[in-house]
Design a protein around this ligand. Structure first.
Ligand SMILES: Nc1ncnc2c1ncn2[C@@H]1O[C@H](COP(=O)(O)OP(=O)(O)O)[C@@H](O)[C@H]1O
Ligand SMILES: [Mg+2]
Length: 465
């Protein structure tokens, strides 16, 4: 820009020089009129000095004038250059006169628009990035040459990859299970929407995914590549399996007593009823089995009730000691039958709970303690307060439970020793019901057991108040 300034200044000075030279020639023409002047050198000197003075003054005034005229243009140009470089915060100064102000103002409006547009674009990019990173599903985008153009963190984590090992690589080069690669290939080749369910081993776990593939279409229907999204459904699959197992278990558990009731009554009808002893013992079996059937149905109904979403207990301040004593009373016959001694170590505690539900919990735990203990052993029931919560313990000296079995104990129908436990008369649902009921009280259950020594069930419950 300064070259423009120099050129203008030089042009101005040349112009003034020419004008002065013309003036000189006129003066020279007039000189003979001063023939009689005494000293001609004086006139030449005066002319030369005034020439120099005029040139200096012109240079100063000229450069000032140029300054005023050029500066805004320079300023506007500089601002435009900054905008080109991407500095949208640059602004031209608007403090100059008239026309040039309009130029600066226009440039500033342009700059402001650019700044706004960029801000919006950055925000949209950030939003999209956040969405892609946090969508919870793995995502990969492949451009039309087959190179990976985008992956999110879940994708890298799922397949144990680093960004460097994926970005820009041909899709066949990246280390993913062959089923995944096969699906990517199909979508890439056919350029159509596709959805499959696949399973593969990730680490040591078998995982299930629903995978969606879609072409990416740009302006004017141009095909830009494909995008693949992996939605994990391992948990859904697990729940589906639990449901299937449950139905299978229920059918099995129901069939056993029904088969035996049917078999014994058929034999009786075929003539066995005539022998009084057979009649009595068969009726006995039929009665026991129908009892078991009834128990099973009751437990199933109970379980389905407490497993309902939003199941609530009717909790209020409840005397836990009274609950324990009531539960013992209810199974007293079983206790007496096995000559078991029940020892109470109780301090009075008011818990926040539903008395009927808590009796149900205690009866379930006590029946287990009695069932899985030999006769003439001791069952200790403790009730105390610790860390601002009520603790109830049922300690038996029974057969105990293997460490490895403990985590599955609360599953529906889970029994440590299927045959023996079924003969013991339980349904395999007791502990599931206990767990749900205690959790509905905002409490928890813990088990501690040593095979051959005994088992301790500990319940933590909130205190009233
Ligand atoms: N106090 C205990 N001592 C030893 N094993 C127990 C005890 N309580 C429960 N179990 C084991 O846990 C399994 C599940 O208990 P539960 O759900 O009450 O079903 P069940 O109807 O078989 O009693 C039982 O079959 C038994 O193997
Ligand atoms: Mg039980």
């Amino acid at each position: 820009m300064s070259s423009l300034r120099h050129r203008l200044l030089i042009t101005l000075l040349v112009w003034i020089g020419l004008m002065l030279a013309a003036l000189f020639i006129i003066v020279l023409q007039l000189l003979p009129l001063y023939e009689n002047a005494t000293d001609k050198t004086d006139i030449w000197l005066i002319l030369f000095v005034s020439f120099v003075v005029v040139m200096i003054l012109s240079a100063i005034v000229g450069s000032r004038v140029i300054d005023v005229a050029i500066k805004p243009i320079e300023n506007a140009t500089e601002t435009a250059m900054e905008l080109v470089k991407g500095n949208y915060l640059a602004r031209a100064s608007e403090s100059n006169a008239e026309k040039t102000v309009e130029l600066s103002r226009t440039i500033n409006i342009l700059a402001r628009n650019l700044q706004e547009i960029t801000a919006i674009r950055v925000m949209e990019q950030e939003r999209l990035k956040t969405l892609i990173e946090n969508m919870g599903s793995a995502l990969i985008m492949i451009d039309k040459q087959g190179a990976v153009s985008l992956v999110n963190k879940p994708f890298l984590e799922e397949f144990g990859l680093t960004p460097e090992s994926v970005m820009g690589k041909f899709y066949k080069e990246i280390q993913v299970p062959s089923v995944v690669e096969g699906f990517i290939e199909t979508v890439f080749m056919t350029e159509t929407l596709a959805r499959v369910q696949i399973e593969f081993v990730s680490g040591i776990k078998l995982k299930n995914f629903t995978v969606y593939g879609a072409p990416v279409i740009g302006d004017h229907q141009r095909w830009l590549g494909i995008v693949i999204v992996f939605q994990e459904i391992t948990e859904l699959k697990r729940l589906e399996q639990i449901r299937k197992d449950f139905v299978a278990n229920v059918s099995h558990e129901l069939r056993t007593p029904v088969t035996s009731i049917k078999g014994f009554s058929e034999t009786l009808l075929d003539g066995a009823y005539q022998d009084t002893n057979t009649l009595l013992s068969f009726l006995e079996i039929i009665y026991t089995e129908s009892n078991r059937l009834e128990m099973l149905i009751n437990d199933l109904l109970e379980l389905s009730k407490v497993e309902q979403n939003g199941f609530r207990v009717n909790a209020h301040p409840t005397d836990m000691e009274a609950i324990i004593k009531r539960a013992i009373e209810m199974i007293q016959s079983k206790i007496t039958e096995k000559f078991i001694h029940v020892k109470l170590e109780i301090q009075p505690v008011l818990v926040l709970g539903d008395p009927n539900r808590l009796i149900q919990v205690m009866v379930n735990l006590l029946i287990n303690a009695v069932t899985y203990s030999s006769s003439q052993t001791v069952i200790t029931i403790r009730l105390l307060v610790e860390d601002n919560q009520a603790i109830i313990q049922v300690v038996d000296q029974g057969i105990g439970i293997e460490e490895t079995e403990i985590e599955r104990l609360f599953e529906r129908f889970y029994r440590v020793d299927r045959a023996r436990s079924r003969n013991s008369g339980g349904t395999g649902l007791g502990l599931s019901i206990v767990k749900h009921l205690i959790e509905a009280h905002h409490g928890r259950v813990e088990v501690d057991s040593t095979v051959g020594i005994g088992t301790t069930f500990t319940i933590y419950l909130p205190l009233a108040d």
